[in-house]
Design a protein around this ligand. Sequence first.
Ligand SMILES: Nc1ncnc2c1ncn2[C@@H]1O[C@H](COP(=O)(O)OP(=O)(O)O)[C@@H](O)[C@H]1O
Ligand SMILES: [Mg+2]
Length: 381
Amino acid sequence: MENIFEDMDNESFIFNDKSFLDHKFLPEHLPHRNEQIMLVAKYWSETLKSKSPSDITVYGKTGTGKTAAVRFAKQQLLEYAEGKDVPIRIEYIRCTDYNTEYQVIVRLCQQLGADVPWRGWTKAEVLNVFRGLFNGKFQKKTVLIVILDEIDILLQKDGDGVLYTLTRTNNVSVLSISNYVEFKKFITPRVMSSLRDKEIVFPPYNAQQLEDILNERAKMSFKISIDDEVIKLCAALAAKDEGDARHALDLLRTAGEIADEINSLTVTEENIRQAKERIEHNITTDIILTLPTQQQRVLESILNLTKLNEEISSGKLYEEYKKISIEDSLTYRRVFDIINQLEMLGIISTNTISRGRGKGRTNIIALQCDITLLEDTLFSF
Ligand SMILES: Nc1ncnc2c1ncn2[C@@H]1O[C@H](COP(=O)(O)OP(=O)(O)O)[C@@H](O)[C@H]1O
Ligand SMILES: [Mg+2]
């Protein structure tokens, strides 16, 4: 009998090494981010004179290269400082993993080699150990740069105490990265006054820029050369979708996988379109599957009415919703809230129309995802 791994071990015609298209892969060259990287370098160069640099805030939408650019600058500084005998530590923390002030400080202590438990101590005790590091273990002039990636998550969850603490610790400089442009809403005046930060903005990439990024990564990842037209289409689709490089790379990778699945010798424009569909499909499925029960019921009601080809007003929707949730139906008001939430997730759209003089206005609801996909997902469990 043939071994079950026989078929899976086939060499790919398409890929040389897929990992170059991974989100985690850090390329040595980041096209169109030189200006931002050089700004970080300019501020951080203070550390070479053993001074704490200014705090920095980096913002921009997802996939604009913030994490990659900052990680690159970090590597460069550490590499340069090593030969110069300048005492610098740079610690990177992703606030989705450590999302309270306490967790961040404990994590920092641990990364710096102090043994501090995850629970049980007071914040003051942990802080004491953290600040003590600069008086004992490290040379007095050691500069610590703390990178807080996705800081908006932490600020939303736990407030701005962590910035207060870090900006008031000598020798510490903070670089915060936020996907949410208005994240300063979460920062209180008390902290603003000690955070004299330099701001660096990462604008979305346009199609031409995404093309350059894709071309470099494609050369590394693919065995075959990819047609210019194919890269152009991939870049154009991602540019339309917020200029997100991560999305562009996902498209290219998925297109390659699709080509591989059908043992094709090349990646085509058609594969890129199929990839877009597959990715959207997966995202929608994930969203629907993780919705709470009541949200799913509202969606199911919309599905039922859509199949009947009816115009869906919120009144009609509420009737249908009550039919399928006899026992524990929510009030009209709550269902109305859910409609808004579903709209924000992009699964449905609503449109207010006027019925004519004196008849008031009605909300018309329509599905924005594939009916079959929705049906399959809702009834898959
Ligand atoms: N200028 C660039 N050149 C090459 N790859 C890039 C560039 N900008 C972003 N990327 C890649 O796109 C993906 C998303 O970038 P990332 O830095 O994680 O974005 P952000 O942190 O802004 O959400 C990563 O795989 C990254 O390597
Ligand atoms: Mg990031």
